[in-house]
Design a protein around this ligand. Structure first.
Ligand code: NAD
Length: 525
């Protein structure tokens, strides 16, 4: 299927029917359990980032199509929310198995689709699917996760208990960088709680979400429980404004996330908004040198730096600065190539615009006085000369006032700062507006403890470069990296997608009849 996509063979059949026959395959909408062609007159090209060849087109869904999708969610809500929790659990038990089979199978459609549309290496794309799968596996524990609370004998013959109940139609708006993992942070948790779900994947990588929808349908999710629309600003504003949508999960950049948080909240919706980052790795002189250098190189340049948890900034404390030349040498050994090529370590950036932006941020660092120790601009990838490639790049002598430090680069660029001691490093990080992730490399427990307590960042790794929490915990980015008060997945995810009903009941013995009306406020004492 993927080969035929690349070769533009016709007709195309993806899963049931995600793509229709056309010289350029077109992405379907998923409305009321059917993969349907859009009537839109507006379409966007989907280029392969390694070649910039157009491999498909995605519609900007029309107003009528978006209304049909949300109406389908609304109609399905009543029966899905009343479906027994054991039946909902069974759907997701089957779903996790289908995703697992897809990863293990030789065809690996999900991972291949990610590499084709997003560019990351196949091994990394499998990791993307696998981290999403873990969330689906976690969703299968819903029978424990959704338990309410009880307190018997609040007063004589009176008990209080709470239920967790779904909230209605929920919506997810996803970014391009994790085409499997991030949609899987959203609709499985929302749906297993009994909500119906409207997904808007990134218009740059819609294919993986379509495959995931097909697998969910195969797992037995009833028609209308998941609907998928495509588009950009108009689709996002539609989601923020439609009164039937009760909650929005967003992951992406700050301008979009702040807009969605404000517009959605103003319309009375719950919004959780995970946004940009500038993650610092602090290297203490007592750290294990080999491990630290390997971890820094992997976390700075893996996925071409297009991870919200990439370690894009290193702070070398004291004598550890002497390790920088080795870090540069190790970075040179990474192979820049198309993601589907054997041995590729660093794939292309998502678009020519992203490449130009990253290159201009590198140049701004040079212009503002940073030293360019490794320059990945003009990297030559044989056979892929038209791709959006930037090789690993390292800037040292970077100061907090420089543009390359202040902006999220979102490319394979590591900026290096120096600090005299741990306090100075912590103060640098706490003065940065973002609070997504950070890591410290040390062999001293007291240093690690001080760091984890004093650094004002939501997710901290101690000798762990990319501390993305497993789904029994929550993804807890903070400050400029998050808006809302309830995070994605884990206990907080269940809280986000449910509301609480509290029941207070009194069952008196027959002879305990009230002697008259009580007009004072009951204190239940
Ligand atoms: P993006 O904000 O451009 O796009 C995300 C979604 O928002 C897409 O579905 C897009 O259609 C929509 N969108 C884009 N611009 C919009 C606008 N102005 N108004 C309304 N909607 C808009 O983000 P991206 O480039 O796809 O993803 C990269 C960004 O996502 C980076 O900043 C990265 O740090 C962030 N990210 C954060 C996390 C996290 O958990 N904190 C995870 C992954 C990515």
């Amino acid at each position: 299927i993927l080969r035929s996509l690349l070769n533009k063979k016709v007709p195309l059949q993806l899963g049931r029917v995600c793509y229709s026959s056309s010289s350029v395959p077109t992405t379907k909408l998923f409305i009321d359990g059917k993969f349907v062609d859009s009537n839109s007159s507006e379409w966007l090209d989907i280029p392969n980032p390694a070649t910039n060849e157009v491999i498909g087109r995605v519609p900007i869904a029309t107003q009528g199509e978006m209304l049909a999708a949300v109406d389908s969610c609304s109609r399905a809500f009543h029966s899905w929310s009343e479906t027994s929790i054991l039946s909902r659990q069974q759907v997701f038990l089957r779903y996790q198995q289908l995703i697992k089979d897809n990863i293990v199978r030789k065809t690996k459609e999900l991972a291949k689709m990610i590499t084709l549309e997003q560019g990351k290496t196949l091994a990394d794309a499998e990791g993307d699917v696998f981290r999403g799968l873990q969330v689906v596996e976690h969703a299968c524990s819903i029978t424990s996760l959704m338990l309410g609370e009880t307190l018997p004998s609040i007063t004589r013959d009176m008990d209080t208990y709470t239920y967790r109940l779904p909230i209605g139609v929920c919506a997810g708006i996803a970014p391009f960088n994790f085409p499997a993992m991030i949609p899987l942070w959203m609709f499985p948790i929302g749906m297993v709680c009994g909500n119906t779900y409207l997904m808007k994947p990134s218009e740059r990588v819609p294919g993986c979400t379509m495959l995931l929808a097909k697998l969910l349908q195969d797992a037995g999710a009833p028609d209308g429980t998941l609907n998928i629309i495509h588009g950009q600003h108009a689709a996002v504003n539609f989601i923020c404004d439609h009164p039937a949508i009760k909650a929005i999960s967003f992951v992406g950049s700050n301008p979009a996330g702040e807009h969605i948080y404000e517009r959605g909240s103003k319309n009375g919706k719950r919004v959780q908004s995970n946004m940009g980052a500038k993650n610092h790795g602090v290297v203490m002189p007592d750290a294990n040198k080999e491990n630290t250098i390997n971890q820094l190189v992997g976390a700075a340049f893996g996925a071409a730096g297009q991870r919200c948890m990439a370690l894009s900034t290193a702070i070398f404390v004291g004598e550890s600065r002497q390790w920088v030349p080795e870090l540069v040498e190790r970075s040179k050994s990474l192979r820049v190539n198309a993601g589907d090529q054997p041995g590729a370590d660093v794939g292309p950036l998502i678009s020519p615009q992203a490449k130009a932006r990253v290159e201009s941020l590198i140049q701004s660092g040079v212009d503002e006085g940073a030293n360019i120790l490794l320059d990945g601009r003009n990297v030559n990838v044989k056979g892929y000369e038209s791709g959006n490639f930037v090789g690993p790049t390292i800037l040292s002598g970077v100061k907090p006032s420089m543009k390359c430090y202040k902006e999220e680069i979102f490319g394979p660029v590591l900026v290096i700062l120096e600090a005299e001691n741990l306090d100075e490093a912590i103060s640098l990080i706490n003065n940065n507006p973002y609070g997504n992730g950070t890591a410290i490399f040390t062999t001293n427990g007291a240093t690690a403890r001080k760091y984890t307590h004093e650094v004002d960042v939501g997710q901290i790794g101690v000798n762990v470069p990319i501390p993305v929490p497993l789904p029994m915990f929550s993804f807890t980015g903070s400050r400029g990296s998050f808006r809302g008060d309830t995070n994605f997945y884990g206990k907080q995810g269940i809280q986000f997608y449910t509301q609480i009903k509290t029941v207070t009941s009194q069952w008196k013995a027959e002879d305990a009849t009230l002697s008259g009306p009580a007009v004072t406020m009951p204190t239940m004492g």
